[in-house]
Design a protein around this ligand. Structure first.
Ligand code: TMP
Length: 238
């Protein structure tokens, strides 16, 4: 597979065309942003960890019956993925209150919900990714009713699997963000990434934050948190 021209550069990844029109190459950077790009920095080694973790989780999810865009890991920062049209929704599942949820509803972080919640944001940087409900998404043709039903079904399935997966590694899966894509034939697949950039992970004993909140909130030991999450998943073997 040949790497051809860059199609797109996002905040944490670059996407390249390949000689197969149905396959793109994703390159994971160490760049980190927060608050819609207002805060910028570097998390050394993050690109490689996020690439490895995302591919591992997607391969496991495929086995659970969640279709994903994953084709093949090429190197420590590069992965081949199926060409999809990204659905312009950020899909957020929460098991425990934190972040914008705690702020919006004026509650503390750490309330364990009886049932997970789901919310959507409209993926639009100029607007700062505003909250969007299913009716808004249908009205604006961001997704069809059927696509939203499928996205919800898959997102809760991802949560059921990952909650249990991380619990076994002594990690609480607090919340996470997913993105979905449409294959050329219209089928919905999980896309983007699953990493400490896009999930909140708390140590189950200490509630220590092991994710990008360490960068967002200047908590220090940012790189160490990513390395710790890699260890919880893969053990010590590099
Ligand atoms: P929030 O509490 O800030 O809304 O974040 C919820 C989850 O979504 C959290 O795990 C971090 C993730 N997230 C992203 O992946 N990208 C984003 O741009 C934002 C705001 C949150």
């Amino acid at each position: 597979m040949e790497k051809l021209e860059q199609l797109y550069e996002g905040k944490a990844k670059k996407v390249f065309r390949t000689d197969d029109p149905d396959v793109y190459l994703v390159y994971y950077k160490d760049d980190a942003t927060a608050f819609n790009g207002e805060k910028k920095g570097t998390i050394v080694g993050k690109g490689a960890i996020n690439n490895r973790m995302t591919n591992h989780m997607m391969a496991l999810l495929e086995k659970e019956g969640v279709p994903t865009h994953l084709v093949k890991e090429l190197s420590d920062r590069e992965t081949l993925v199926k060409r999809v049209e990204i659905v312009k929704l950020e899909v957020i599942i929460r098991n425990i209150s934190a972040g914008s949820f705690a702020k919006r509803f004026g509650v503390k972080e750490g309330i364990v919900f009886d049932e997970p919640t789901i919310e959507f944001s409209y993926k639009n940087d100029e607007l700062g990714d505003p909250l969007m409900n299913a009716y808004h998404a249908i009205a604006l043709k961001v997704a069809t009713r059927e696509e939203i039903e499928e996205i919800k079904r898959l997102a809760f399935k991802v949560n059921d699997f990952m909650k249990d997966y991380f619990k076994k590694r002594n990690i609480k899966l607090v919340d996470f963000k997913l993105e979905f894509g449409r294959l050329p034939d219209g089928r919905i697949v999980l896309a983007d990434e699953i990493s400490p950039d896009t999930c909140r992970f708390w140590d189950a004993d200490t509630n220590e934050k092991l994710d990008k909140d360490r960068f967002r909130r200047d908590l220090g030991n940012v790189e160490e948190a990513y390395i710790e999450m890699e260890k919880r998943i893969f053990g010590e073997n590099k």
